[in-house]
Design a protein around this ligand. Structure first.
Ligand code: 5AD
Ligand code: FES
Length: 342
C-alpha cells in the first residue's frame, strides 16, 4: 500500500497480493490513507451530479443489466427534450451544476438529436458541466457532442480481462472497442470516467488486477465502481452480489492510485447497504450522484434489483444526501466539481 501511494503504479503480481491481502485491518489502514489523500485535493467537499436517466431503450444485451434488449418485461420510455430541460431546471434550483445524461444505447437518439439536446442545455446553463453516459459511439459522434458543449463522458470498461469481458457481454461487444472509445474520448478532450463492477460473475483477483492496470494506463479523471447486483430478469439472476467490503476496499485503492480523481459513492453501493454511500465517502470517494429523473420513470430505469430512491422526488434525494454527508462531517458544494488532479 505504501508503495502504491508513493509510486502510483504496481506490477500485476503486486496488485494481486494487495487484492488478496484484504482484511479488516488492512482495509482500515487503507481508508485512513485514502481519506487523507482525498482531503488534500478536495477537503471535506463533496460534489453532486444530477443524474437524468433519459432512455431505457437499449440495443445491447449485456448479461448483467436489467434494461438489456432481451428483457421483454422492461417497460421502455424516452424523455423528450422538454422533459430533459425540466429535469435540468429542477436540478439547477436544487444547486446542481453538473447534469449527467445517462441512457441505454438507444438509436432513437441519433447524433443530431443528441447534439440538439446538448446544445440546448449548454445555451441555457452556461455555468454547468454536461456529462454523457450513453455508451459506445464512433469518433465523429463523440467529437460532435464535445463541440456541442458536452464536457465529460462516463463509459465503464466493466472488466479489462478479455475472457471475462466476453463472459459478461454478447459477441457484438468487445473490450477492444470499449478501450478504443475511451482513448478517443480522451483525445477529443473530454474529462473521462471509466470503472467496473465489483463481484461480477467470473471476476477473479487476476481480472481485478488487470482493471487496476488498465486504469493506471488510461489515467481517467473519474472512476465509478459499485457492487454487481443481480437482476431477476437477466441470465445472471441467480448470481451472488458483490460485497460492500470489497467495493469499499477498491474505492480506497483507486484513491491511492489516482489521488485527484473524482470517485462517486454510487447508488449501487447505497443499495447493498443502507449507509453504503456514507461508507464510500469514508473509504475515499468524493462524489454523489442523486437522481433527477422524473419519479414517473424512476422504477423503469431498472439496471439491478432493489435500486434505492426510485420513489423519491429530486428534492428529497438532494436533502437526504445533504443530511447524510453532514452527519459524517462532509459538505455538499454548489459547483461544477471539475477534476483537480494533475
Ligand atoms: N449491478 C450493478 N451495476 C450494474 N450496472 C449495470 N447493470 C448492473 C448490475 N446488475 C452498471 C454498469 C454500467 C452502469 C451504468 O451500471 O457497470 O456501466
Ligand atoms: Fe434518494 Fe436518500 S438519496 S432518498
Amino acid at each position: 500500500m505504501i508503495k502504491l501511494e508513493n509510486q502510483k503504479w504496481l506490477e500485476k503480481a503486486e496488485w494481486i497480493q494487495l487484492i488478496e491481502g484484504r482484511t479488516e485491518q488492512t482495509s482500515q489502514f487503507l481508508f485512513e490513507r485514502a481519506r487523507e489523500i482525498r482531503n488534500r485535493y478536495y477537503g471535506n467537499e463533496i460534489y453532486v451530479r444530477g443524474l437524468i436517466e433519459f432512455t431505457n431503450y437499449c440495443k445491447n444485451d449485456c448479461f448483467y443489466c436489467g434494461i438489456r434488449k432481451s428483457n421483454q418485461d422492461a417497460i421502455r420510455y424516452r424523455l423528450s427534450l422538454e422533459e430533459i430541460m425540466e429535469c435540468c431546471a429542477t436540478g439547477y434550483a436544487l444547486g446542481f451544476r453538473t447534469f449527467v445524461l445517462q441512457g441505454g444505447e438507444d438509436p432513437y437518439y441519433s447524433k443530431n438529436r443528441m447534439v440538439e439536446i446538448i446544445s440546448t442545455i449548454r445555451k441555457q446553463y452556461e455555468d454547468c458541466a454536461i456529462t454523457l453516459s450513453i455508451g459506445e459511439k464512433d469518433y465523429d459522434e463523440y467529437k460532435a457532442y464535445y463541440q456541442a458543449g458536452a464536457d465529460r463522458y462516463l463509459l465503464r470498461h466493466e472488466t479489462a480481462d478479455e475472457t471475462h469481458y466476453q463472459s459478461l457481454h454478447p459477441q457484438s461487444l468487445s473490450l477492444e472497442n470499449r478501450k478504443k472509445c475511451l482513448w478517443d474520448l480522451k483525445e477529443i478532450g473530454f474529462q473521462v470516467g471509466t470503472g467496473f463492477m465489483i463481484g461480477s460473475p467470473n471476476q477473479t483477483s487476476q481480472s481485478l488486477a488487470r482493471d487496476m492496470m488498465f486504469i493506471s494506463e488510461l489515467k481517467p479523471h473519474m472512476i465509478g465502481i459499485g457492487p454487481f447486483i443481480s437482476h431477476h430478469k437477466t441470465p445472471f439472476s441467480d448470481e451472488i452480489n458483490g460485497t460492500l467490503e470489497e467495493t469499499l476496499y477498491f474505492i480506497g485503492l483507486l484513491r491511492l492510485l489516482r489521488p485527484g480523481c473524482l470517485i462517486p459513492a454510487t447508488t449501487a453501493l447505497g443499495t447493498i447497504d443502507p449507509r453504503g454511500r456514507e461508507k464510500g465517502i469514508q473509504a475515499g470517494a468524493n462524489v454523489v450522484m442523486p437522481n433527477l429523473s422524473p419519479v414517473s420513470v424512476r422504477k423503469k430505469y431498472d439496471l439491478y434489483d432493489n435500486k434505492i430512491c426510485t420513489g423519491d422526488e429530486a428534492a428529497e434525494c438532494r436533502n437526504c444526501l445533504t443530511q447524510r454527508m453532514q452527519n459524517i462531517g462532509h459538505q455538499i458544494v454548489i459547483s461544477r466539481g471539475d477534476y483537480k488532479g494533475e
